[in-house]
Design a protein around this ligand. Structure first.
Ligand SMILES: Nc1ncnc2c1ncn2[C@@H]1O[C@H](COP(=O)(O)OP(=O)(O)OP(=O)(O)O)[C@@H](O)[C@H]1O
Ligand SMILES: [Mg+2]
Length: 258
C-alpha cells in the first residue's frame, strides 16, 4: 500500500484525484432545543484523504469531538451527509453502524482503554477476536515492529509506561487494518516525550502502511506531525494548513483567537 502523502507535496489542496477515505457534506449538529440549543456543527464540508494524516484543531467547544464522532458513526448528524469510503453512513441503523465501526474504523482515545488483566498482545488482538476474525500474523508482526513493542508483548498495562500503553492502543486500532483511525487527543494524557513517541508511530503508520488517520488535538506540536490541519471555530471549518509546523499552526490558531 502506498501513501498519497507525496501527492500533497507539490499540490496542496485538491492535489490527487483519489476519493477521500471519509467525508462530511454540509453536516450540522444541534444539541438541545429552544433557548438551550447549542449549534455544535453548522454546515461542515470536509474530506479526509486516504493514506494521509490529518489533524483537527480549534478552540475548546468549537466542535472538534462532535465532528469526529459524526465522522466515525458514533453520533448522528442533524443534517447533511457523512460518507465512509463509498458508503453513506448517514441514516444507517444502529446495528449496521455498530458493524461498520467494528469492521472498518479504528479508535484511539485520550484514556488508553486497555483491559488491565490482559497482556499487551491480548489487548492488541482483542478487537479481531471479538469480531471473530483470525489475526494475520505477518501483519501483526509488522504492526508490533512499527510500534516498537516486541519485547513488551507479555506485559500487562500496569507494567507499561503511559507512552507504551498508548502505543498498544494504537497497535490495537491498526491491527484490524481499518479504513480510518480516529484519534481524539491521543497524547492528552502523556508527557511530551511519550507523546512524541506515539505521534511518531502514528506518522510512521501513515507513511509506511498507508494508514488514514484523523486526529483531534489542542497541541500545535502534535498537529505538526500531520500532513494537513483543518481548523474549526464555532462549528465551521475556517481554514486549513498543509505541511504544518508548530509555528505555522500556532500563528493560525492565534489568528482564530483560540
Ligand atoms: N452531549 C452534549 N449535549 C449538549 N451539548 C453538547 C454535548 N456535547 C457537546 N456539546 C456542546 O457542543 C459544542 C461542541 O462540543 P465539542 O465537544 O465538539 O467541542 P470540542 O471542540 O471537542 O472541545 P474541547 O476542545 O473542549 O474538547 C460545545 O459547546 C459543547 O458544550
Ligand atoms: Mg473535544
Amino acid at each position: 500500500m502506498t501513501s498519497t502523502f507525496t501527492s500533497h507535496a507539490g499540490g496542496g489542496p485538491g492535489a490527487g484525484a483519489a476519493p477521500p477515505a471519509v467525508s462530511a457534506t454540509e453536516v450540522s449538529k444541534v444539541y438541545g432545543s429552544g433557548d438551550a440549543a447549542v449549534h455544535a456543527l453548522r454546515g461542515v464540508t470536509v474530506g479526509f484523504a486516504s493514506g494521509a494524516f490529518t489533524a483537527i484543531m480549534g478552540p475548546s467547544g468549537s466542535g472538534k469531538s462532535t465532528l469526529m464522532h459524526c465522522l466515525a458513526g458514533l453520533d448522528t448528524v442533524g443534517g447533511g451527509r457523512v460518507t465512509l469510503g463509498d458508503v453513506e453512513i448517514t441514516g444507517m441503523s444502529d446495528r449496521r453502524l455498530t458493524l461498520l465501526r467494528r469492521d472498518r474504523v479504528g479508535f484511539v482515545f485520550q484514556a488508553f482503554n486497555l483491559l488491565p488483566t490482559l497482556t499487551a498482545e491480548q489487548n492488541i488482538l482483542l478487537p479481531l477476536q471479538l469480531a471473530g476474525r483470525s489475526p494475520d500474523r505477518a501483519w501483526f508482526d509488522r504492526v508490533v515492529e512499527v510500534v516498537g513493542l516486541r519485547d513488551r508483548l507479555g506485559h500487562r498495562p500496569s507494567e507499561l509506561s503511559g507512552g507504551q500503553q498508548q502505543r498498544v492502543a494504537c497497535a490495537r486500532a491498526l491491527v484490524a487494518r481499518p479504513e480510518v483511525i480516529f484519534a481524539d487527543e491521543p497524547t492528552g494524557n502523556l508527557d511530551s516525550a511519550s507523546g512524541a513517541e506515539v505521534l511518531g508511530f502514528l506518522r510512521t503508520s501513515v507513511r509506511e502502511m498507508g494508514q488514514t488517520i484523523v486526529m483531534v488535538t489542542h497541541d500545535p506540536a502534535a498537529a505538526s506531525y500531520a500532513d494537513r490541519v483543518v481548523f474549526l471555530r464555532d462549528g465551521t471549518i475556517v481554514t486549513e494548513l498543509y505541511r504544518p509546523t508548530p509555528d505555522t499552526v500556532l500563528d493560525r490558531l492565534k489568528s482564530l483567537g483560540g
